[in-house]
Design a protein. Sequence first.
Length: 110
Amino acid sequence: MLFLDPPAVPWRGRLWSHLISDVSYAELHAFAELLGVPRRGFDRDHYDLPAERFAVAVWLGATVVPSREIVRRLHAAGLRRPKRRGSGEAVQLPGQVGAGPVRPAGVRLG
């Protein structure tokens, strides 16, 4: 299923929601594409959805839940991907063996 919280996060003069799936990232990406949300709106385990797309997401079948429920459902589904710590220390992702490479903060690949 797809879930989103009410638009409450202010950024760049807009309010934003978080859109998640408790089934798979594939389901989430397909729904975001249907909404016209660009892939750059994907942040680790959710899409940042602008308030003006909220009603359409609900109309298309996303269920509105409180923000805490977003995190709880991601954890329960094993799809939560926590932020990297500011020290550059790697965080183990679900299904990952070992912590992975450690890069200093601010260093990008590519």
